[in-house]
Design a protein around this ligand. Structure first.
Ligand code: ADP
Length: 172
């Protein structure tokens, strides 16, 4: 059965086929979840990222997971919140959908996402959560390989926002 689950935890410890990294467009590492993923994966991850020539906002690129328990890392730069008038919603949805498309072509059944753009990129959490859940839900309807998508939230407030969004989408 295809499903979305919301968990509290550290995405670098999650054993799935692919974890998604809320990267920046350089793909050369940053703070937040990006820094944590690079630390846990080891230096080979950065070496592979250097060969990718960056990534545009809302698009996605895939690497191996190296020392991580996940086989792959899918890197996607989410949008920086600029007040909502710079296509931020559409770009955030693109980050989720394009990451899932890459997971699908690499035969991934299980995928874990962090809360893209709601850290240093300041996308308002209450707006980001329903966009993420709707994008994932829509994608799962036609997915062939991806079956289980986990939103891995790093703090209780983030988990609450995604739990709420999932309830609302399920009731709609
Ligand atoms: P962005 O630049 O896309 O906003 P951040 O890394 O700043 O990305 O934050 C995105 C989310 O990831 C935030 O909710 C942050 O708390 C969370 N986060 C940070 N470290 C981890 C981790 N190890 N596992 C899961 N989520 C994390």
């Amino acid at each position: 059965m295809k499903e979305i689950t919301i968990t509290l935890g550290d995405i670098t410890t999650v054993k799935v086929d692919a974890i998604v990294n809320a990267a920046n467009t350089s793909l050369l590492g940053g703070g937040g979840v990006d820094g944590a993923i690079h630390r846990a994966a080891g230096p080979q991850l950065l070496a592979e990222c250097r060969t990718l020539n960056g990534c545009r906002t809302g698009e996605a690129k895939i690497t191996k997971g190296y020392r991580l328990p996940s086989k792959y890392v899918i890197h996607t730069p989410g949008p920086i919140w600029q007040g909502g008038t710079h296509h931020e919603r559409e770009l955030l949805r693109n980050s989720y959908v394009n990451s899932l498309k890459l997971a699908e072509v690499h035969d991934c059944r299980t995928v874990a996402f962090p809360s893209i753009s709601t850290g240093v990129y300041h996308f308002p959490l209450e707006r980001a959560a329903p966009i993420a859940i709707t994008a994932i839900q829509d994608f799962l309807q036609s997915a062939k390989f991806v079956e289980q998508v986990q939103m891995v939230c790093f703090d209780a407030g983030t988990k609450q926002a995604y739990d709420h969004a999932l309830t609302q989408v399920n009731e709609a």
